[in-house]
Design a protein around this ligand. Sequence first.
Ligand SMILES: NC(=O)c1ccc[n+]([C@@H]2O[C@H](COP(=O)([O-])OP(=O)(O)OC[C@H]3O[C@@H](n4cnc5c(N)ncnc54)[C@H](O)[C@@H]3O)[C@@H](O)[C@H]2O)c1
Ligand SMILES: [Zn+2]
Length: 343
Amino acid sequence: MTTINIKTESGESNIYLGEKLENLRAYLPADRKVVVVTDEHILHHYSQYLQGFQIITIGLGEANKNLQTIESIFAEFVRLEVDRSSFIVAVGGGIVCDVTGFAASTFMRGLPFGFVSTTLLSQVDASVGGKNGVNFQGYKNMVGVFMQPQFVICDVTMFKTLDNREFISGFGEIIKAGAIRNLTLFEYLEANYQRALNYDNEVLEKVIYESVRIKANVVKNDEKEKGERRVLNFGHTFAHSIEKNTGMLHGEAVSIGMVLAARASVKLGLLPIGEVERIEKVLINFKLPVKLSLAKDKIYNALLKDKKREGDNINLVLLNGLGNAVVQKVPITQMEEIIYDLY
Ligand SMILES: NC(=O)c1ccc[n+]([C@@H]2O[C@H](COP(=O)([O-])OP(=O)(O)OC[C@H]3O[C@@H](n4cnc5c(N)ncnc54)[C@H](O)[C@@H]3O)[C@@H](O)[C@H]2O)c1
Ligand SMILES: [Zn+2]
């Protein structure tokens, strides 16, 4: 097992990578009421490890990541007589963690909480960094708080029950981590994709460790996303519109978004074309999509509404060489040209 510690303005978090769900009790305060928030899929596979806890179950899917679900969790907290001495644990993927972190951080002005992170995407991304929240009126993660979970247990053996497409989607974020900050991780992924896809625990723990460290370092310097944290959005400016318009999984949309952002980097003179081919190849090896099946005007229109737009410019994350992401202000008019030339 490996421990990664993250200290930020909003708190301190310990990530236990390679730990097991069955050891959860060792991380909980002995003399306090503990409430577990989870979903049906987790209960179906793992209820034997959650016996004896008070359990709140939330609905499946992004449509349930909203304020109604928060309200129903609050109602359950009241019914279960949760108070400031209680401890809340999320057991699930990014949705369960985002929702539970928000409910715990706001109920009675904040209760301590921890996560058992059960998807590859949530282990490398959603449960690291202290962002908790829900969607509002069609806008993703519009309402939320920054607050660190006290602990995050990352049990890599739980991926075996995860839908294979969800598992693969998580590699989109891992490849992103390598592409933006760590060429060695990128090269390791190029060499070890078969073992990773075959659930080799050693390879999984290694690539999750490196990805979490990259995110943790970026977040330590810029928790509230005023500058450096933006590099984590590599591929995401395009991915958000792809995800919304196609129903692809997040990591799949990020995969295509990274190819587009890498090509934009070539167009702006920052990246040799051979490096884009390298990125495409590793994504294809991980069975991730690289080609867009969406009209270019949809992407352009989405960019015009992007939250990160600043007046006539868009903050685009580009690669100034593989392993080195930079944020550059690109005029919207130039973005139009870039997008229409991309494929
Ligand atoms: N807070 C952040 O910084 C951050 C970062 C990235 C993503 N997110 C959020 O994370 C969410 C996506 O998370 P996700 O990809 O984990 O999706 P998810 O939480 O919907 O989980 C995917 C599916 O797998 C099931 N599942 C989870 N673990 C399982 C397991 N071990 N075995 C069997 N089934 C399992 C779930 O029930 C669900 O049906 C999005 O809402 C996104 O906005 C947040
Ligand atoms: Zn992402």
